[in-house]
Ligand binder design. Structure first.
Ligand code: FE2
Length: 264
């Protein structure tokens, strides 16, 4: 059977109404027609996420020899990870603008065991939804006191903890007036560079969830909810910051979605 060509036809950008209708159709297809099940991992051939159709892998990944690769891979950072690198609010002279918050959680394996001493990196937009990146030129202000990157190592019990600013939603060019829900990108390293995994953490109650093709490309509701942090008053700092808790499961049936299998 000839595969159906689902690549977008060049033309004017779709409207949010059209994208939302496609998202609904994809959920219906996943539930009732295709496999009979929804997907806990992102659907790669997912028309509402326009650019993914042109760039998602269509062949199996090339297997690299880890030892040979590490002779050439860059050293990540030129010094040991310092405790101050987990606080994104102290990287400049002044205070960044926005809702100051603690983001903490545990890195767990598929059996619920903590994964200790792992490198966790984060990057995010500022409170206005703007990244410090030359390709992000939308008219929201940069914050001279906020870069939006940090890193830390998990503790013996698998815990990580960042202090940062709540990122804002931002527009992107998937379709007309497309907005991403607020999110923080997470990168997790294992024992070598071939074990990197990337995912995104979201915030509870975001009104953009239903409209976002990236979030919705995971058609399984429970799997999507695993990407949403929980507000936790116990991790707040009185008079200073709010607090969110988000655990990351690396393997097994409860595994957090990662971009090792996904488009972005
Ligand atoms: Fe982002």
């Amino acid at each position: 059977m000839t595969p159906v060509d689902r690549r977008p036809v060049p033309g004017p950008l779709s409207t949010q109404t059209e994208i939302s209708a496609e998202i609904s159709a994809e959920i219906d297809q996943a539930k009732h027609v295709s496999t009979g099940t929804t997907s806990a991992q992102p659907v790669l051939d997912y028309p509402p996420y326009r650019s993914s159709l042109l760039r998602h892998p269509t062949k199996a990944l090339v297997q690299a020899d880890p030892e040979e690769l590490e002779q050439w891979a860059p050293v990540f950072g030129n010094q040991d990870v310092g405790p101050q690198e987990a606080d994104l609010t102290i990287q400049h002279r002044g205070e960044p603008i926005g809702e100051r918050m603690v983001v903490t959680g545990r890195l767990l394996d598929g059996d619920g065991r903590p994964v200790a001493h792992q490198l966790v990196e984060v990057w995010q937009a500022n409170a206005s939804g703007r990244y410090i990146h030359q390709r992000d030129q939308h008219p929201a202000p940069l914050d001279p006191n906020f870069t939006g990157t940090g890193r830390t190592l998990t503790g013996p019990d698998g815990t990580y903890r960042f202090v940062t600013i709540k990122p804002g939603p931002y527009p992107w060019h998937n379709h007309q007036n497309a907005w991403r829900p607020a999110h923080i990108h997470f990168s997790l390293f294992g024992t070598d560079f071939t074990q990197r995994m990337i995912t995104q953490m979201y915030f509870p109650g975001d009104p953009l969830f239903a409209l976002d093709p990236i979030f919705q490309s995971i058609t399984d509701e429970a799997a999507r909810q695993q990407l949403v942090a929980t507000y936790d008053h116990d991790v707040t700092v009185p008079e200073v910051s709010t607090g969110y808790r988000w655990d990351i499961v690396l393997s097994g049936s409860a595994r957090t979605w990662t971009e090792s299998d996904g488009p972005r």
